[in-house]
Design a protein around this ligand. Structure first.
Ligand code: SAH
Ligand code: SF4
Length: 392
């Protein structure tokens, strides 16, 4: 019998407790939701649209956190806002800076749960990797996050908040009166942190609506990449309702191996996944799909794998991102040798696909792909325990 992990681990899913006190946090509300909330609190209907625009600009363009500073609003309206609303971000518990400049934030959200957010500076740009869930219900066998026991979905505000707190830390809000600065420290956003974004679809979509809005944080949909392990039923919706770029954690070229690495494959196998992906660029009017492929020594890194991969994705506008496996304590795999990765990349490249090898960033602070896990959860549960409980 082959030992495989269950698709979904034995997790404790936590319902989200709404903050008490009755005030509504503005961060993460879409324009429509903010409009409705302002009216429900007593704003005159005919003024609501204008108020949304004004508040929106203060919060998302200027990064303001208190209503008193919203100087184009009447004093009593500012007081009214302060009475009913808050502008709140998750709290940064720790910030670590890697030797290569990568920053990792441990972020505390409502209920005391923690997620990690990673900022990766590059020449002329910078990418923020945000989390969508505390932990992950899936159990990809090479991923540290998948061993975490507690899981809850992040709210849209907690997702947007990760971008805002990174901008706080980087000092990236515009200064009033200063000439417009076009260089952006956070120029790209990837939903590649903790969690499976397509298992938290509505909150991720609403958060991206806020992030993409042209009068606020203004990240265009082409600068946002959502990575999924392959939640097939939500892929078309991602194209239609978000329209960002898509990355897929592919990682294997046979169902037998993919079942072991990405157990969700037992639910939606390679063929079903590829069928859904073929429609994506057309539906979202987007560019290529990124196929992420983690390089595991002796598991999925042969020449035969590379050749099969090229055949499988034929006809899909794609690039293949090779990710050297990042170790974590107790991980059951090793990184492929550099020569093996180069040979694998070469086969793909010769078949006509871009095949960049992702340089691991922030390894010294455990910030690299697949290494994220809430610090408080680190000791909780081993994969062996999960497997034992599942009777494997
Ligand atoms: N849950 C989503 C997004 C988060 S993971 C998904 O699975 O796509 C972001 C990427 O890092 C995925 O491609 C994931 O497979 C990869 N990854 C996970 N663990 C890794 C590890 N230990 N080393 C390298 N990449 C890893
Ligand atoms: Fe979850 Fe993605 Fe990690 Fe798989 S790779 S366990 S889907 S976070």
């Amino acid at each position: 019998m082959t030992v495989t992990a269950p698709i979904t681990q034995d997790v404790l899913t936590l319902p989200r407790k709404l903050p008490t006190g009755g005030k509504i946090n503005i961060v993460g509300l879409t324009r429509d939701q903010l409009h409705a909330a302002l009216i429900a609190a007593g704003t005159e209907e005919r003024q609501a649209k204008m108020r949304v625009g004004q508040v929106w600009q203060w919060v998302y363009h200027w990064g303001l956190r208190d209503f008193a500073g919203m100087t184009n609003l009447a004093k009593d309206y500012r007081a009214f806002l302060a009475e009913h609303f808050t502008i709140e971000l998750p709290e940064v518990v720790t910030r670590q800076i890697s030797a290569d400049g990568t920053r990792k934030y441990l972020v505390r959200i409502a209920g005391g749960h923690e997620v990690e957010t990673v900022y990766i500076p590059e020449e002329g740009r910078g990418t923020l990797c945000v989390s969508s869930q505390v932990g992950c219900t899936l159990t990809c066998s090479f991923c540290h996050t998948g061993t975490q026991k507690l899981v809850r979905n992040l709210t849209a505000g907690e997702i947007v908040g990760q971008l805002m707190l990174a901008r706080d830390d980087l000092g990236e809000w515009p200064e009033r009166g200063a000439p417009k600065d076009e260089t952006r420290l956070v120029s790209n956003l990837v939903l590649m942190g903790m969690g499976e974004p397509l298992y938290n679809f509505d909150n991720v979509r609403d958060a991206m609506k806020v992030v993409m809005d042209g009068e606020g944080l203004t990240l265009s949909r082409r600068r946002i990449t959502l990575s999924t392990s392959g939640v097939v039923p939500e892929i078309a919706r991602t194209a239609e309702e978000i329209g960002c770029l898509l990355a897929v954690s592919f990682h294997a070229t046979t169902d037998e191996v993919r079942d072991r690495l990405v157990p969700i494959n037992k639910r939606w196998n390679i063929k079903t996944l590829l069928d859904a992906l073929r429609d994506y660029p057309r539906l979202s009017n987007s560019e290529r799909i990124t196929f992420e492929y983690v390089m595991l020594r002796g598991v999925n890194d042969s020449d035969a794998d590379a050749k099969r991969l090229v055949k499988l994705i034929a006809g899909i506008p794609a690039k293949i991102n090779l990710i050297p496996f990042n170790e974590w304590p107790g991980a059951p795999y090793q990184r492929s040798e550099p020569e093996r990765i180069a040979a694998f990349a070469d086969i793909i490249y010769k078949a006509g696909y871009a095949s960049p090898i992702r340089t691991p960033r922030g390894e010294d602070i455990m910030a690299a792909c697949g290494q994220l896990k809430s610090a408080t959860e680190r000791s909780r549960k081993s994969r062996a325990e999960i497997a034992a409980e599942a009777g494997l």
